[in-house]
Design a protein around this ligand. Structure first.
Ligand code: SF4
Length: 199
C-alpha cells in the first residue's frame, strides 16, 4: 500500500481525524472549510506553516489568528492557550499512526495535548517514518540540528549536523512527546501533504 495512505489509515485507527492531500492548496481549502471564520486561532512555530504562507492567507480571509513568529505581544505564548483552534506541524509521524515531537519551551507540544478544542497538524510526507525508533532518529539527525541552525543557537549539532544529546545552555530539545492515540479531550486533525514541507 502507498506509504501515505497506510499512514493515514493507521492514524484513523488511533482515533485521529486524518486526511492526505495532493497539494498544499487542496489542504488549505479543506482547512478553511473546517475552521469557522469566527474561531480564535493560534499557530505553533512551524516551517511547514511558514512555507505554506498560511498565517497571511488566514489573515486575508478575516480569521483572528495569533502567531508568535509574526505577532509581537507580551505573554503571547500564554495568551494563545485559550484559543479554540491550534495549528502546527509534527517532527515525525510513524507509519503505525503516532505523532512524535521535540520542543524547547514545550508550548507547542503542550498545545497538541490539551487545552484547545481542535488541533490541526499539517505535515509533508517527508515527516513519515517507519516506527518510533526512526522518529527519534529523525529528530536527532534532521529536525533538531536544522531547527538549532534556524535559531542561531550555539549547540554542538549546529556544527556537526547530528544530535549529541548535549548539555548546552542553548539546548532546544527539552520535552519529547508521543501521541500514541487521540488525546481524550482534544480533536486532532492530521493533514498530510504530498511533497516536502518543513523539517
Ligand atoms: S539535544 Fe542539543 S545537540 Fe541534540 S539536537 Fe538538541 S540542541 Fe542539538
Amino acid at each position: 500500500m502507498d506509504r501515505l495512505l497506510k499512514t493515514e489509515e493507521s492514524l484513523r485507527k488511533n482515533g485521529f481525524d486524518a486526511d492526505a492531500f495532493e497539494s498544499a492548496d487542496a489542504c488549505v481549502a479543506e482547512l478553511l472549510r473546517k475552521i469557522p471564520v469566527d474561531a480564535t486561532v493560534a499557530f505553533g512555530g512551524s516551517m511547514t506553516l511558514k512555507e505554506m504562507g498560511l498565517y497571511e492567507l488566514m489573515k486575508e480571509k478575516g480569521y483572528d489568528v495569533k502567531w508568535h513568529w509574526a505577532d509581537k505581544e507580551d505573554n503571547l505564548l500564554k495568551k494563545v492557550q485559550e484559543r479554540k483552534v491550534y495549528i502546527t506541524s509534527s517532527n515525525a509521524i510513524t507509519e503505525d499512526g503516532k505523532l512524535v515531537n521535540m520542543d524547547g519551551n514545550a508550548n507547542r507540544v503542550a498545545s497538541m495535548l490539551f487545552g484547545h478544542e481542535d488541533v490541526y497538524v499539517i505535515c509533508g510526507e517527508n515527516k513519515i517514518v517507519e516506527n518510533l525508533d526512526a522518529a527519534f532518529e529523525r529528530i536527532r539527525k534532521v529536525a533538531g540540528p536544522m531547527n538549532a541552525k534556524r535559531l542561531h543557537v550555539n549547540t554542538p549539532c549546529v556544527h556537526t549536523g547530528v544530535c549529541s544529546d548535549c548539555d548546552s545552555p542553548d539546548r532546544i530539545c527539552n520535552a519529547e512527546t508521543i501521541l500514541h492515540k487521540k488525546p481524550g479531550m482534544t480533536n486532532v486533525h492530521i493533514m498530510i501533504l504530498k511533497g516536502t514541507f518543513g523539517y
